[in-house]
Design a protein around this ligand. Structure first.
Ligand code: P6P
Length: 347
């Protein structure tokens, strides 16, 4: 056979989704269609990002989002693109987005799914050509079909996610997602307009030597975090901090490492959002053999109380997350012993 003359191009995302759908005997294809809708919007956003400097869509949009953050033009464009794709796809009844104050009803009252999305995370980096990303979680609605989705549909525990993923717009554009049966990565081939399976069954290394944290906040970190950073430096770890969560997460997922965004004076509950950043990446990292906590509790078991709720995040290789928690527990023990000693003196 002359098959060497025409090497196979590999498995497209569509074909992979169809094959995996067979793993879900009662799947009726809606989730598969929803994943395709997200991939399509990702292709469109990818095109706009790659030409941002030519289309005058870089820079600030001139408004703030509900987070009080300066919206970039591409934040608004990406938000429109993903909401439109999910509305037109028909499978999603309700959306929460980092760029929208309240829940968004798509009008698809028969849609079985709810999506939580950060349409373009790290977008302040776009003007300087640094990788950015889209982060999304998919839940099955709790409320009856035939009506708009509810806030309860949107505020579900992270453990109830049916799928989670991200698209990283970097040196290449990739879509990485899980439906609870492992993590797979697809690289976009613009000349064919297709995502191809390039990173099957991703497993994160049990440990690593990379730590990602904004050390500019050092003075407002707890002693436990400061002691952990000293431990990293004493062990000659590498500090890598891109300032785009998806890019830092993706590197640590593949190479091993830990990303930390602890509580700071400016963000006493941490900066990152539970519903469409922390829960999403927590599902992925756990499916790849890693861990995600708030420094103490499993991220996916934190109770959501509001749409844009923030939480501290420690995520990555399991042994490294455990080591961070060890330093935080040591700090708690030290604090308790000081309080006990003071009480003993006063009695
Ligand atoms: P800081 C981007 O705004 C983002 O949400 C994440 O992508 C990134 O990891 C983090 O914030 C950077 O925050 O405070 O270090 O600039």
């Amino acid at each position: 056979m002359n098959d060497k003359l025409a090497l196979p191009v590999g498995t497209t995302l569509d074909r992979f989704i169809m094959r995996k759908q067979e793993d879900f005997p009662f799947a009726t294809g809606e989730l598969s269609q929803l994943l395709r809708d997200i991939a399509l919007a990702g292709k469109i956003v990818n095109r706009e990002i790659n030409r941002a400097g030519l289309l005058n869509v870089t820079g600030a949009h001139g408004q703030q989002n509900v987070q009080g953050e300066e919206q970039q033009k591409l934040d608004v464009i990406a938000n429109i693109r993903f909401i439109r794709a999910l509305r037109n796809g028909g499978e999603v009844c309700t959306i929460i987005s980092e760029e929208e104050d309240g829940i968004i009803q798509t009008g698809n009252t028969k849609g079985k799914y709810v999506v939580a999305i950060d349409p373009l995370d790290g977008s302040s980096n776009i003007d300087v050509n640094v990788s950015i990303g889209t982060i999304f979680s998919i839940y099955r609605r709790i409320s009856e079909v035939g009506q708009d989705g509810t806030e309860e549909d949107c505020l579900q525990l992270g453990t109830r996610q049916v799928a989670a993923g991200y698209i990283i717009y970097g040196s290449s554009t990739m879509m990485v997602y899980t439906t609870g049966c492992g993590v797979n990565g697809f690289t976009y081939e613009p000349s064919l307009g297709e995502f191809f399976l390039s990173h099957p069954d991703i497993r994160t290394p049990k440990t690593g030597a990379i730590y990602s944290i904004n050390e500019g906040n050092l003075n407002s970190f707890s002693d436990g975090i400061k002691n952990y950073l000293r431990y990293c430096q004493d062990n000659n770890y590498s500090a890598r901090y891109i300032g785009s969560l998806v890019a830092d997460f993706h590197r640590n997922l593949l190479k091993g490492g830990v990303y930390l965004y602890p509580a700071t004076k400016k963000s006493p509950n941490g900066k990152l959002r539970l519903m469409y950043e922390c829960n999403t990446l927590a599902f992925i990292i756990e499916q790849a053999g890693g861990k995600a906590t708030d420094g103490n509790r499993r991220i996916m078991e934190l109770t959501p109380k509001e749409l844009h709720q923030r939480c501290p995040l420690v995520i990555g290789s399991p042994d490294m997350v455990d080591k961070v928690e060890e330093f935080l527990r040591a700090e708690d023990l030290a604090a308790e012993s000081i309080v006990k000693a003071a009480n003993d003196v006063l009695q």
